[in-house]
Design a protein around this ligand. Structure first.
Ligand code: BES
Ligand code: MN
Ligand code: ZN
Length: 508
């Protein structure tokens, strides 16, 4: 753990730290100090506003300005972060607070770690608006998400950064929620960033078991023998080309009085080479992230358990390594999926839908009120929506729209997509119940959605999140999103479970 967070009710102007983070707002007459930083201006002899102005600060969201502590503050450095315009009434927006706290912490952590590591420990005091539960939750989550750094393979370990969030006693629950959610997102990021050499399906299952036990979630791992006995033909077919066998992990959290049940089904391809339908080298470089859906499902169920939400949650992690070994499946193989449907596998690179089909059918046995699958499923998603916006499909347009809206409210860009009826025909096979790729070329994201729909439990609200683009950030960090694994969909899944705990099921 590089960043640790505690809370305090002491005054910003007297807080001892290496860095004191305050908020700046945009006002008609230049930068203004945001709530939470009381006493800092006084400690600087009333010079804060003129210093900010002289340093070019405007208060624009995510802008960073460094102001010396001047020897009159117990902190040598004030890091002023822009929050945009102050809302006239009520709390600051959650996304704005998360983004501001995140860029401040990323700056501090980046400098503490240095280019080659070996940095010194840093104490940070966060004096951002955290007056109520929702502000405190957002600042906490933003700080922990922005302070994320993946240093597992570095010679020098990450510097310890201790963050003290200045808040009010009434906001403790918000802080706890924010920290629990951010920890879950960071767990997903760690798994996604881990080298695929070190994360074969059995190891993903072991990591899931460790995380589950710690959070009080029950876990059951099916290895190859059991998968064979029980007929998980999709997971087995995808995994058979690798020397490192597939696994199906079932996680369950069942608090006694819960009325609703939500099932998550995550694509857990620990590496996607394409199989015999081999990918070109460039396309393979990021394919360690092809287990992001499984990571999100795991992370979300651990958070739901930690938050003790009154809802039953089951999560299926469909884990396999898609490799072109001598035992690999062949284009034109016909396989029998869990539940009995047959599939003609024409392209072994369309493997996600095969492992998910098994998981979706299996989830039906849990009598769920809502099933959500999460998958880095298609390059077509990235073409259609770009690399930040998740494509949401579902059992009805209403369910897809409702889930996309929950996702956007959680700060995760998403757009509801249709499943046009005519695209289903392209999946008709001359020899099996279905083929795994379409005979037509258009609408690849939607065709994949159609395929999954054939395996989703009948009569149950079902949503499919295609996170191919959003799961992995190949560019520079922005807001609370780091380079590499992002933890996309984790916060949405937690929110969907929270909504179900409150009796709300999308589309109902
Ligand atoms: N894992 C890939 C999808 C992907 C692409 C994820 C880019 C993240 C970034 C998936 O298994 C895949 O290979 N899909 C094929 C499907 C096609 C063969 C119908 C694709 O999108 O090309
Ligand atoms: Mn593939
Ligand atoms: Zn894949």
């Amino acid at each position: 753990m590089t960043v640790t967070l505690t809370t305090s009710e002491s005054a910003p102007g007297s807080a001892e730290a290496d860095v004191l983070v305050i908020g700046v707002v945009q006002t008609p007459d230049g930068p203004g100090t945001a709530p939470g930083s009381d006493g800092v201006d006084e400690a600087l002899g009333g010079a804060l506003k003129s210093a900010l102005t002289a340093l070019g600060s405007t208060g624009e969201l995510e802008e960073l300005t460094r102001v010396p502590g001047g020897g009159t503050l117990p902190a040598p450095l004030v890091l002023a972060v822009g929050l945009g315009t102050e809302p006239e009434t009520g709390s600051f927006g959650a996304d704005e607070l998360r983004r501001a706290a995140a860029v401040a912490l990323r700056d501090v952590v980046g400098k503490a770690n240095g280019k080659n590591g070996g940095g010194a420990a840093k104490r940070v005091v966060l004096a951002l608006p955290a007056r109520d539960d929702s502000e405190a939750e957002a600042v906490t989550a933003g700080a922990l998400l922005g302070g994320y750094a993946f240093r597992k393979y570095r010679a020098t370990p990450a510097a310890d950064v201790s963050v003290t969030l200045l808040t009010r006693p009434g906001a403790a629950a918000g802080v706890r929620r924010g920290a629990t959610i951010a920890d879950a997102v960071n767990l997903a990021r760690d798994l996604i960033n881990t080298s695929p050499l070190h994360l074969p399906p059995a190891e993903l299952a072991a990591e899931a078991s460790r995380a589950a036990v710690e959070a009080g979630v029950e876990v059951e791992v099916l290895a190859e023998d059991q998968l064979t006995e029980q007929g998980f033909g999709g997971i087995l077919a995808v995994g058979q080309g690798s020397s490192r066998g597939p696994r199906l992990v079932r996680l369950s959290y069942a608090p006694a009085p819960a009325a609703k049940t939500v099932a998550f089904v995550g694509k857990g391809i620990t590496f996607d080479s394409g199989g015999l339908s081999l990918k070109p080298p460039k396309s393979m470089e990021t394919m360690k992230s092809d287990m992001s859906g499984a990571a999100a499902a795991l992370a979300a169920i651990t958070a739901v358990a930690r938050l003790k939400l009154p809802v039953n949650v089951v999560a299926y992690l469909c884990a396999a390594e898609n490799m072109p070994g001598g035992a690999a499946q062949r284009p034109s193989d016909i396989i029998t999926m869990y539940g009995g449907k047959t599939v003609e596998v024409l392209n072994t690179d369309a493997e996600g839908r095969l492992v998910l089909g098994d998981g979706l059918v299996r989830s039906g046995a849990d009598d769920p009120d809502l099933v959500v699958d999460i998958a880095t499923l298609t390059g077509a998603q990235v073409v259609a929506l770009g690399d930040r916006t998740t494509g949401v499909m579902g059992s009805s347009d209403e369910v897809a729209a409702a889930v996309a809206s929950v996702m956007r409210d959680a700060g995760e860009p998403a757009w509801a997509m249709p499943l046009p009826a005519h695209l289903r025909k392209g999946l008709d096979s001359p020899v099996a119940d279905l083929q795994n790729v379409s005979s037509g070329r258009s609408g690849g994201m939607l065709v994949a959605g159609h395929f999954l729909r054939e395996f989703a439990p009948d009569g149950v609200a079902w949503a499919h999140l295609d996170i191919a683009g959003p799961s992995f950030n190949e560019g520079s960090p922005y807001g609370y999103t780091p380079k590499g694994g992002t933890g996309a969909a984790v916060r949405t899944l937690i929110q969907l479970a929270a909504n179900a705990a409150a009796g709300q099921i999308p589309g109902e």
